[in-house]
Design a protein around this ligand. Structure first.
Ligand code: PDD
Length: 300
């Protein structure tokens, strides 16, 4: 028998359970209809929430953003917020997730293929999966930092909506991997960095200010970004929300990314150029610790 590649769903532990449209199903058999609009048109939105010590991290702002994404694509929640939270907890429980993440996707539903939205709302699709990720994976990234490359931002103009239309992000991440890096920082037509392919982008500028792009349709309003901004403000760190260029990033004192799954990790190299001394910087570590405390991350 040929060995299954490490990313194969068929390798999922026998006990892994995924929620699909009202049912808890063995992960290897969890599937959706071929005419689900999420599958055919990318007509769906999603959230990824960190799970730490068995608890959902930043749950309320993730649900707030989910409601907003749905509103922006003319949908409503598939069930009450309270009911959804019950299902989310049940998926975490059934999969015995201690440290890892939960993935929630809401699709517009199933109909005969037609680009225009249905005249009447469909029964939305709801998929919730979760899995453990060893703490050591993140710890290694926190200790050593990660490398990034820059790529043109080729996404659509509504990057503030967390849709599953992620092909440009997927291609940019592949370019990163092929260049020996992890993340791709995406660059707008004027030479300013918008964000990473899967995380918000930050630098510490020449004056020691912590800098990230202000919110607009150009970037995802990251939940981790929001909590980091609050934590930094409470600690009276100098934070500025403004655009920065690739050149400024290359000569920054520090660089880092934030996302639910990566928390705040240092970027130690961009396009093969060392940032600072090539190690995660002191402000990056401080911000990570402030975030971890505020969000309630568990280290065991
Ligand atoms: N990505 N920007 C982009 C393009 C993202 O995909 C993400 C998250 C973020 C950070 O958002 P938050 O702090 O809310 O996780 C910013 C998730 C983790 C993913 O797609 O897996």
């Amino acid at each position: 028998m040929t060995a299954l590649p490490k990313w194969s769903t068929a390798r999922a532990p026998a006990g892994r359970i995924t929620y699909v449209n009202g049912q808890y199903i063995h992960h290897g058999e969890a599937s959706v209809h071929v005419e689900d609009r999420g599958l055919q048109l990318g007509d769906s939105i999603y959230e990824v929430c960190n799970v730490s010590g068995g608890t959902l991290i930043d749950e309320a702002p993730h649900l707030d953003r989910m409601e907003r994404s749905l509103r922006e694509i003319r949908m409503v929640m598939p069930m009450s917020r309270e009911a959804l939270q019950l299902v989310m907890r049940e998926v975490v429980r059934r999969n015995r997730v201690h440290h890892g993440f939960i993935y929630i996707q809401i699709t517009r539903g199933v109909m005969r293929r037609d680009h225009a939205l249905p005249a009447q709302p469909l029964k939305p699709g709801l998929i919730i999966s979760a899995r453990n990720v060893p703490l050591s994976v993140l710890d290694k990234k926190l200790a050593s930092g990660v490398k990034a490359i820059t790529r043109p931002d080729e996404r659509w103009a509504r990057r503030d909506i967390k849709t599953t239309q992620l092909l440009p992000n997927a291609l940019a991440r592949t370019d990163a991997r092929e260049a020996g890096a992890l993340e791709a920082w995406l660059v707008d037509a004027d030479g300013f960095i918008t964000e990473g392919a899967v995380a918000n982008a930050w630098i510490v500028d020449a004056d020691g200010n912590v800098v990230t792009r202000a919110l607009s349709n150009d970037v995802l309003p990251g939940v981790t970004r929001q909590v980091v901004l609050q934590a930094a403000e409470e600690a009276q760190l100098p934070v500025i929300q403004r655009k920065f260029t690739v050149a400024e990033a290359l000569s920054a004192r520090e660089a880092f990314i934030t996302s639910s799954t990566s928390t705040a990790i240092g970027v130690v190299e961009i396009d093969g150029r060392k940032i600072g001394n090539g190690q995660p910087g002191p402000l990056t570590r401080r911000i990570h610790d402030l975030y971890a405390k505020k969000a309630g991350l568990k280290s065991v």
